[in-house]
Structures are given as structure tokens and as C-alpha cells.
Ligand binder design. Structure first.
Ligand SMILES: *[C@@H]1O[C@H](CO)[C@@H](O)[C@H](O)[C@H]1NC(C)=O
Ligand SMILES: *[C@@H]1O[C@H](CO)[C@@H](O)[C@H](O)[C@H]1NC(C)=O
Ligand SMILES: *[C@@H]1O[C@H](CO)[C@@H](O)[C@H](O)[C@H]1NC(C)=O
Length: 398
């Protein structure tokens, strides 16, 4: 009897042994207020949480609860939305544009660092194994890594450029990699290469003498007990994930710790569409056109004449049109047009009855249309967003 009890106890301990966990504590900082930049990273962060890592995210949005994820939302930057849009779309000289952009990035990181919950976290004595930082000239924010004595990893939603190459110690071939914010495409003519170099040097000057000193000031203000200097922090990236894919970009060298992950946000199994959208798409005899200018540009802000033209053209088509429009009412909307403030874009593009995508050419939209094999009609605006969207994306793709 004793023997049996012992055996039973031994069995219980064997079966009941708690599983060994290897979860890491991860802090992710995504300060840029653009939705699509965050959508891209979100898929990755959720996947980490689903695998048992404890993920803390500091971003600027309202967040739905997710198991294993904790959110600190610092929404103050959205108060500057109108100013920010002006900065991004302004018709300024190249130098002035750089300075405006630097101004914007400065307030983006300040709005995040000054938040009281972020300050509490800094003073909490909590520890993290890994800090994932969105890489976007918000250098002061990389300081979280040294504060928590954590490994620093970068996440770039727009792929690489000479700046990220520099962070990683990579070479950046200016002769055949056009600046991401420029409309030039490879191969460049001699004059274009000259312009490319000149613009890069101007950007570097603005960075060196205008942007970097500001970031260093922020860094010493918010990390007064820093164990590393800012240059040391900038030099400490262990890994860089890049929102780019070689099939839509130019040949370029990478280091082994720079990894292209473009398209990672696309779920391989499309989710079911909401009933009204599904019904609208499936009962259209001639197919459906999907029209969206992305999450950073609001099509309700289009000039009235442009909007009228679009309405007239859409109204004359046999096809039905889904239009991402940010208002409840669209005066003069024809019956074959369906408006909504938000569409589950990848799931819509996955639908076989959707025949055409009219788009601003953002990086995520590009990746999604390629993945689902949808023809596109590009409507590039004037410098909609210097980083994520560029006419050159389309030059490369088409
Ligand atoms: C700071 O973050 C907290 C937690 O997410 C939020 O509730 C609060 O509104 C933020 N404060 C400001 C000034 O944005
Ligand atoms: C920081 O982390 C490293 C390795 O993880 C460890 O050796 C070191 O003691 C830590 N430093 C502090 C100040 O905690
Ligand atoms: C810096 O160190 C001081 C003294 O130890 C402490 O009171 C303060 O909270 C620290 N500040 C931050 C931001 O960690």
C-alpha cells in the first residue's frame, strides 16, 4: 500500500510539474501617431504575446485588451494632428521641410516621454529583457533600453535608409539607392545621383546641427541617471526588423542582423467580412472597386472639386465602390458607393469579387495589393507622408 502511494505521488509530481517558461519581458515604444505604422508593428507584438512573452506597449492609441499585453497610451500628440498634417504636406523648401519634420519628431518623442504613466514606469524599478523601439529619428526614446538595462532592437515600418544603415554600421549605397522621400527611381541619371547626394548631405547637416542636439537635450532631461551616453545608445542595436521586401525595393546590401519583414502584418487566412460589407461585395454583378487613401490622409479633406469628380466618375460605373471616407454623410453619394470610416483592408483585398484598388501608394497598401494580386490605380498626393508613402514605391512596383 505504501509502495502504491509512493508511486502515485511520484506520478503526480511528474505529470503535475509546471511547464518551464521562457517568456521575456518586452517593452515596445511606438510613438508615431500614424495608424498604419502601428498596424504593421501590432501584428508582431501580438504574436510575441501569444507565445507567452509579457509585452508592454507604449503608443498613442486606444488599445483593446489582449492577453499578455499591457498598454500605456500617451495620446497627447494627436492634439497636434492638424499641425502635423500641415508639416507633412507643406510646399516648403527642402531645408525648411527637414526642419519642420524635425520639429514634429521632437514633439512626438516629448509627448511620449512626459506622460505621467511613462514617468511612473521609469521610476517603478521594473525590469525588461528587451526594448523594441520604432526607429524614426526619435532618438531620445531609444534611451529606455539603457534605463532598463535591456537589449535594444529596432523596428522600422518603412524599410531602411542611410540613417538606419548608420545605426547598424552598414554601408548605404547612395549611388543606386534613391532617398526614400524622393520621387527618384533606380537607375538614376548622373544629375539625379548628384541631387540624391546633395539632399542626403543637407539632411545630415540638419540632423547634426538641428535635430540631434534637440534629441540629446531630451535624452538628458528624461534620463538624468543614464548609464550610457546617447551615442552609445545609438550604437547598441542588436537587431533591426525592416518593413520592406526585396521584391518591391532596389538591390542593396544588408547586415545579417537587418531582416526584411515586409508583409508580416498580413494574415494568411482572411477573416470573415462584416455582414453589410460582405453583402455589398457579393451582390455586385460587375465586381467591386476599393478606394482608400490610407490611414494618415482623410479623403473627407479632399478639395470639393476633386471629390465631385470622383463622385461623378464612380456614379457612372457599373461596378460598386467601397470608399474609405471619414464622415457619416457624403452629399451626392450615388447608390453604388458604400462609405465607411474604416475597412478591414486586407480582408477586402482578399475577396475575389474586388477587382481594383485605388490607393495613395502607402507601403502597407502596396504589400497587401501584391500579396492578394490586385490591380492598382495609384493616386499619389503631394508628399503625403515623407517616410511611409512615396511615389517611388509605385515606380519600383509597376
Ligand atoms: C498618459 O498615459 C495614461 C495611461 O495610458 C493616460 O491615461 C493619460 O491620459 C496620458 N496622459 C496624457 C497627458 O496624455
Ligand atoms: C545589465 O545586464 C547585464 C547582462 O544582462 C548584466 O551583466 C549587468 O550586471 C546588468 N547591469 C545592471 C546595472 O543591472
Ligand atoms: C534618478 O535617480 C534618483 C536618485 O536615485 C531618483 O530619485 C530618480 O527617480 C531617478 N530618475 C529616473 C528618471 O529614474
Amino acid at each position: 500500500m505504501k509502495c502504491l502511494t509512493l508511486l502515485f505521488l511520484a506520478l503526480i509530481t511528474l505529470i503535475g510539474r509546471p511547464p518551464r517558461t521562457e517568456g521575456a519581458k518586452i517593452l515596445a515604444t511606438f510613438a508615431f501617431p500614424g495608424r498604419s505604422q502601428y498596424i504593421f508593428a501590432e501584428a508582431y507584438l501580438k504574436a510575441l504575446a501569444a507565445r507567452g512573452h509579457e509585452v508592454t506597449v507604449i503608443n498613442t492609441f486606444e488599445n483593446k485588451p489582449v492577453p499578455n499585453m499591457r498598454f500605456i497610451s500617451a495620446p497627447k500628440i494627436h492634439k497636434h494632428y492638424a499641425e502635423a498634417m500641415q508639416v507633412m504636406q507643406a510646399d516648403e523648401s527642402f531645408l525648411q521641410k527637414q526642419k519642420s519634420f524635425s520639429w514634429l519628431l521632437g514633439i512626438i518623442s516629448e509627448c511620449l516621454l512626459e506622460n505621467e504613466s511613462v514617468q511612473e514606469l521609469l521610476k517603478s524599478g521594473e525590469t525588461f529583457d528587451l526594448v523594441i523601439a520604432e526607429v524614426l529619428h526619435t532618438e531620445a526614446l531609444y534611451g529606455f533600453a539603457q534605463h532598463f538595462n535591456a537589449t535594444l532592437m529596432g523596428f522600422s515600418t518603412y524599410g531602411t535608409d542611410y540613417n538606419i544603415d548608420e545605426l547598424m554600421g552598414n554601408i548605404s549605397p547612395m549611388a543606386y539607392n534613391p532617398l526614400i522621400s524622393s520621387p527618384r527611381s533606380n537607375p538614376m541619371s548622373f544629375v539625379e545621383r548628384l541631387e540624391n547626394n546633395l539632399e542626403i548631405w543637407l539632411e545630415k547637416l540638419v540632423y547634426e546641427f538641428y535635430h540631434y542636439p534637440k534629441m540629446e537635450k531630451q535624452y538628458s532631461k528624461y534620463f538624468p541617471n543614464a548609464t550610457r551616453t546617447l551615442p552609445e545608445v545609438l550604437d547598441s542595436f542588436s537587431l533591426m526588423l525592416l518593413g520592406q521586401h526585396f521584391s518591391v525595393s532596389y538591390p542593396r546590401p544588408y547586415l545579417p542582423n537587418m531582416i526584411e519583414v515586409g508583409g508580416l502584418h498580413i494574415s494568411h487566412k482572411p477573416k470573415a467580412l462584416p455582414d453589410d460589407i460582405k453583402q455589398f461585395i457579393e451582390s455586385s454583378a460587375h465586381g467591386v472597386i476599393y478606394f482608400s487613401l490610407g490611414s494618415n490622409v482623410r479623403s473627407k479633406d479632399l478639395p470639393e472639386s476633386t471629390r465631385d469628380t470622383l463622385l461623378k466618375v464612380f456614379g457612372s460605373l457599373k461596378q460598386r465602390v467601397l470608399w474609405k471616407f471619414e464622415d457619416n454623410l457624403l452629399p451626392g453619394k450615388p447608390d453604388n458607393v458604400f462609405i465607411s470610416k474604416w475597412f478591414p483592408q486586407p480582408d477586402i483585398l482578399a475577396h475575389p469579387n474586388v477587382k481594383l484598388f485605388i490607393t495613395h501608394g502607402g507601403l502597407l497598401s502596396t504589400m497587401e495589393s501584391i500579396y492578394f494580386g490586385k490591380p492598382v490605380l495609384g493616386l499619389p498626393g503631394k508628399c503625403i507622408c515623407m517616410y511611409a508613402n512615396s511615389v517611388s514605391t509605385w515606380r519600383r512596383t509597376l
